[in-house]
Design a protein around this ligand. Structure first.
Ligand code: FAD
Length: 436
């Protein structure tokens, strides 16, 4: 058995590495950044004198691959679960508040659903499950009505990082199928209270180290050398690493990097929209109005507020226009929304850090969603992973981890595809279209 070289130690690469190490394969992760985590990472910010995340991330209890990955590396309790599920919202333009509390007969309880919505309105979600591949979210869930403005739109923008008119209904439906439509136990919010790296990255890195896998940080793969139907060598910072007969490469870099490295025409999506985060250091630890750790906002610029001790974080998805503005202007705009939500509209702007992730997710339009590449490629020893590949979900933590699982399976079942498709590897569940 040869070595598996994994390019990129984001969640997709880490998840593949864990599965393969568990299966007894020798794994080397090549990561260009100084640390693992990719688009899901924490860092020390000197202005705030706090460790902050590149962007607040929310996961849900129905994210079974993410939770399974954490269990495997001994970090089962790393994410804090909000139980029972609750999604508090504030409309900044009207001051109206509501809290979505899924579970049991919730649709028949006015206090637990979106104001002015009717139970039957929620059935529209089912249309995303049977949407045509070319349908956008707004085709399946047409604009208009309280539920669209106060639930479907904010949810689609956050989950898909794009306007409902531009993003795939099928991918959005896949999330609803695995979470909201499975009931309360599958849609409890999960947070990284101690930060993304501490919860989702460091435990996997430590586990891999203990189990003999090698993580090489600061190692940029700048070329994949092809010979016939195989990858013959990797170039890492200009140095050639020849591959042996049993060696395999898993390319788990983001889409825009993969497009540069892939030696042949694989349909790789372009970068999608930006996500902007603002972290504000408040004079003291502050609770959000509902006493919950996060708050959804509509009617302003900010989408979500998250509190962690004395740091208040604001997230805006589908944020290209905001990201184009100067940092001070972004901070002023987002602080205005945050201060209003806290009930202190005249509070002075506190110390802040703005993070503009311009390529936060790949393009998730129906065209790209329908053409995502599978884990296996035409080259015998090249496998793909990442939130842009065909793993059946949008570009999310869950999607990235699952893509890593599929990549690992493609390596472990090379040559026995038929058996795997017959379900002889039940630890993995296939989406409807084969990801491998
Ligand atoms: C601000 C923000 C907020 C988000 N919020 C949420 C959320 O709330 N919930 C959710 O589920 N998802 C969220 N996401 C999406 C989620 O973070 C990503 O889908 C996921 O982290 C992608 O993981 P990945 O492993 O596919 O890619 P990446 O994390 O991009 O990992 C790829 C790795 O490859 C490395 N690399 C790149 N080029 C090379 C090279 N040439 N050689 C070696 N290594 C290389 C990179 O440094 C990186 O570490 C958010 C993303 C952002 C940016």
């Amino acid at each position: 058995m040869g070595t598996v070289h994994i390019v990129g130690a984001g969640l997709a690469g880490l998840s593949a590495a864990v599965r393969l190490t568990e299966a007894g394969r020798r794994v080397i992760l090549h990561e260009s950044a100084p640390q693992a985590g990719g688009r899901c990472r924490s860092f020390y910010d000197a202005t705030l004198d706090r460790v902050v995340d590149n962007g607040s991330h929310l996961a849900l209890s129905g994210n079974r691959s993410l939770l399974g990955y954490l269990e495997r590396v001994g970090a089962g309790g790393a994410l804090t679960e909000l139980r029972p599920a609750a999604f508090p919202f504030l409309d900044l333009s009207s001051g109206e508040r509501w809290c979505l509390r899924p579970g049991g007969m919730w649709l028949f309880d006015k206090a637990r659903r979106v104001p002015e919505s009717r139970p039957a309105d929620y059935l529209a979600a089912l249309r995303t499950l049977t949407a045509r591949p070319e349908a956008a979210v707004a085709d399946a869930l047409p604009p208009g009505g309280a539920l669209y403005d106060r639930l479907w739109r904010p949810l689609a923008v956050s989950v898909m990082n794009g306007a409902p008119e531009r993003v795939s209904a099928r991918l959005f439906g896949a999330v609803l199928r695995e979470t909201l439509l499975r009931g309360e136990a599958a849609c409890r919010p999960l947070f990284a209270e101690k930060g993304l790296s501490a919860a989702l990255v460091d435990p996997a890195v430590a586990w891999l180290d203990r189990h003999g896998a090698e993580l090489r940080t600061g190692a940029r793969v700048d070329g994949l050398e092809r010979a016939g139907d195989r990858i013959a060598a990797l170039s890492v910072d200009g140095e050639r690493i020849a591959l042996g007969g049993g060696d395999v490469v898993i390319l788990a870099a983001p889409a825009w990097i993969a497009a540069r490295l892939l030696p042949e025409a694989v349909p790789v999506p372009a970068a999608g929209r930006a996500i902007v985060n603002a972290h504000f250091r408040l004079p003291a630890a502050t609770a959000l109005p509902d006493g919950l750790p996060f708050l959804g906002l509509v009617g302003g610029t900010a989408d979500w507020l998250f509190r962690r001790g004395d740091v208040l974080s604001v997230t805006v998805s589908d944020a290209d226009a905001l990201a184009a503005q100067p940092t001070d202007a972004v901070a002023a705009t987002l602080w205005r929304d945050a201060a209003q939500a806290l009930g202190t509209p005249d509070a002075a702007l506190p110390p802040f850090r703005i993070i503009k992730e311009r390529r936060a997710t790949p393009d998730q339009s129906p065209v790209h969603a329908a053409n995502r590449p599978c884990a296996r490629t035409a080259l015998k020893n090249l496998v793909l992973a990442g939130d842009w590949t065909n793993m059946g979900l949008p570009a999310t933590l869950e999607g990235a981890v699952r893509s890593g699982e599929f990549a690992a399976r493609a390596v472990l079942t090379a040559g026995i595809t038929t058996f795997s498709r017959l379900g002889l590897f039940p630890a993995f569940t296939l989406p409807r279209r084969g990801p491998i």
